[in-house]
Design a protein around this ligand. Structure first.
Ligand SMILES: [Zn+2]
Length: 451
């Protein structure tokens, strides 16, 4: 991306009519006294656009130009505040605080999940992750990163003088009367520092099963899971495929006064009312296994295990699910059949596995086509053509036949054959249904399923 290397002088926008810039698709970025440097695209009309002075132009994607110009007033404001903060010697000056709250407000408006603040060789950049993809938002001089970094460390109660070791912290901010929590990770790099701020958005984790955007057949299967009283239910997929959101939504449905629910997470990020949540803390000696063993003496009805990673945790989970508990857990695997082979690789006891395992949900998140512009690019979708994501999934119900296959150590190939005869719908099939309904695109489905 070309803009990455370019420092933009926002003060040069003063002399332009922003509406005209949008109409003629011209993005001026600096003036060196002789030349105006501008980004243009194939559809730009530089002739109609009357710049006083000489123009040096470079090509940039049309949607990038429009995205940049759509919120130029906020960028100009951020630029002014950054300059002020950089030059200020007054302790009472609030420019950096104002810069930061404006930045966070903008990130939230854009529905960002993470804010990346990074030093490059010459400049610092700020990028937002929206619907899984990073979007470049702001570029400034590298020296500003130090000021911004100190401020972030201060509000996260971290050691401001520490820049040689990674640190983790947290802070909260009120935006439009809604309290947002943020998790901060700082890491020294060869160019300076990389700071990532995770937006801990409760709204997402509070979604009900109905709100996850599952197809009807998947939704019905997930509803069946909430009727179980014992057994093991696994949700599989790579990192960022929405596993936790699905697990939490199932848990929410099960969360009633007459059930004791315990969760073991690494770490607990979202609070769930009425449940007992425990964070893994290896340093304190609170290992996953230690907690798991203790938890079983706490008389739970339902257990949520953040992630099954090794044979020990798997075998305890299996035993728990055979002794009157419903165990929900996530596991890293690409699809439902690969989940079975992963369980076998983890040396699951075949007898326990065949009797305990009830369901495997395997899922991904696909980008939804923007319903305001249908992929033509608009302000609502930040000129990407996509807005929000929904789940595509496959649900493998462990019926008597599959249970017997597992017990008898039958090859996965045979299970696959059996599923074919049963009309099993794969994740790709589910994705195709969503393509037909114009919810997403076929390219997106293949991209996420093969990721
Ligand atoms: Zn749109």
């Amino acid at each position: 991306m070309k803009t990455f290397k370019e420092l933009i002088d926002y003060s040069c926008f003063e002399q332009f009519d922003i509406k005209k810039l949008q109409e003629y698709l011209v993005l001026p970025i600096k003036y060196d006294g002789i030349y105006f440097k501008c980004f243009i695209c194939e559809k730009s009309n530089l002739k109609a656009f009357n710049i006083k002075g000489l123009v040096r132009s470079e090509y940039l994607n049309k949607d990038e130009i429009l995205f940049f110009l759509s919120d130029i007033n906020i960028r100009i404001k951020l630029f002014e505040l950054a300059i002020k903060a950089k030059n200020s010697e007054n302790i009472k000056d609030t420019s950096i605080e104002d810069f930061f709250s404006l930045l966070i407000k903008k990130a939230i408006e854009m529905r960002s999940s993470d804010i990346h603040i990074e030093s490059l060789e010459n400049n610092m950049v700020i990028r937002f992750r929206v619907d899984g993809n990073l979007k470049l938002f702001y570029i400034f001089e590298n020296e500003f990163l130090f000021i911004l970094s100190s401020y972030i460390k201060m509000i996260s109660k971290l050691d401001i003088t520490m820049s040689r070791l990674p640190m983790d912290g947290r802070f909260s901010l009120y935006i439009k009367n809604y309290k947002y929590d943020f998790r901060v990770s700082t890491m020294p790099t060869i160019n300076g520092e990389s700071i990532v701020i995770r937006v801990l958005d409760n709204k997402n984790i509070k979604k009900t099963i109905e709100e996850l955007g599952f197809s009807k057949n998947i939704f019905d299967e997930v509803e069946n899971i909430t009727a179980l009283t014992q057994g093991l239910v696994l949700v599989s997929g790579p990192t960022g495929s929405g596993k936790s959101t699905t697990l939490y939504s199932i848990l929410k449905k099960l969360n009633t006064e007459n059930k004791k629910i315990i969760t073991i997470e690494d770490p607990v990020e979202y609070k769930l009312e009425q449940t007992q949540q425990v964070s893994v803390d290896e340093e304190l000696g609170l290992s996953f296994i230690t907690i798991l063993k203790t938890v079983l003496r706490q008389d739970p009805d339902i257990l949520l295990i953040g992630e099954i990673r090794d044979s020990d945790s798997l075998n305890i989970a299996l035993q728990a699910s055979l002794t009157g508990h419903l165990v929900l857990a996530s596991i890293h695997a690409n699809n439902s059949l690969e989940t079975l082979s992963r369980l076998i690789d983890l040396k699951a006891d075949r007898y326990l596995l065949s009797s305990a395992l009830k369901y495997i949900i395997s899922q991904r998140l696909v980008l939804n086509i923007c319903q305001s512009c249908f992929q033509k690019g608009c302000v609502i979708c930040n000129f990407t053509g996509f807005y929000n994501r929904s789940s595509i999934a496959e649900v493998l119900k462990i019926d008597e036949s599959i249970s017997s296959f597992i017990f008898r150590n039958v090859e996965l190939k045979s299970i696959k054959e059996y599923l074919k005869t049963k009309g099993f719908k794969s994740m790709i099939d589910d994705g195709k249904q969503k393509v037909e309904k114009r919810i997403t695109t076929i390219e997106e489905v293949y991209k996420v399923v093969n990721s």
